[in-house]
Design a protein around this ligand. Sequence first.
Ligand code: MG
Length: 373
Amino acid sequence: MADPAAYAALSEHSRGRRHPEPAPAGRSEFQRDRDRIIHSTAFRRLEYKTQVFVNHEGDLFRTRLTHSLEVAQIGRAIARSLGLDQDLVEAIALAHDLGHTPFGHTGQDALNACMQDYGGFEHNLQSLRVVDTLEERYAEFDGLNLTFETREGILKHCSLPHAQQLGEIGERFLHKQQPSLEAQVANLADEIAYNNHDVDDGLRSELIELDQLSQVTVFARHLSEVKQRYPVLSGRRVIHETVRRMINTLITDLVAQSTKNISFANPRSIDDVRRAQPLIGFSGAIRTEQHELKQFLRTQLYQHYRVNRMSGKARRIIKALFDAFMQDPKLLPPQYQDKARQDQARAIADYIAGMTDRYAMKEYRHLFSVEEL
Ligand code: MG
């Protein structure tokens, strides 16, 4: 394999773990992080957490798990082309959504509203909390004890008051610095993944139609390429051929533009990267197209009445669970009752955030239906 670039995150120069551990044998520090994430409980729960569609709505829609795998794949491809550390990008990608509540963004908004008087709830911060504190797998420490670089990548954004409480991991928000290029890649790989798979899932669900999407520049451009090359092709293959071309265009553009940005800024170390402007990015033309696609998805898919209908239910479930546990913490499982004695609202938020969609629905029935025990 080619040597990593000077501006890459180097495993042997990692800023280390909060609890020092001997160097791993036969794998790098970032590979060890990736392995710990895959073996975590929170990672397995991603299988039953909503991306856009609730898990029971269909077997073929993306879940948080398959979304995270797609982010990792796209991230590795970009990292490979730029001479970055692929394992670090993969670790960040696989962990980036660990803190998501059940029911996607609606769940997060509902829990945040419940937590207004108790410090709020933010899924990105919760992802860090999962790997730093909530996973219970090791005798000697809470959490997964990941490297600084993986943790820095997981914390994409953060308010200044939170940053002040987070020690070294919060510093970059106070000093307005960037994370590693690997973290920047994982962040944009997330965007490439969801924009494209939401097109695919949106069409599959029939909430959006091919005709509507043909009004969106980036889709129309790639669709006409497919139609020219395969004039008689129809059905799902047309969509797959179009979507995979869109992903390819985005990756190629991102690599080309980022290569330019990097050679202009000429960082010689990860610390130069941290002090520079963000160096991973799309060209202006692609940014404009992506903006149009996002707008389309927002109005036509994420705010579709059938999605709204499920969101309404999700909001009511989260609020009802939170209120019931706040009123009577004895309804919590014993290990959360212990935690609730220290900080009741946060313990409840941790419990609810950890739930899968179907676990939350089951818990709701247990608490509110007289037929269920
Ligand atoms: Mg994501």
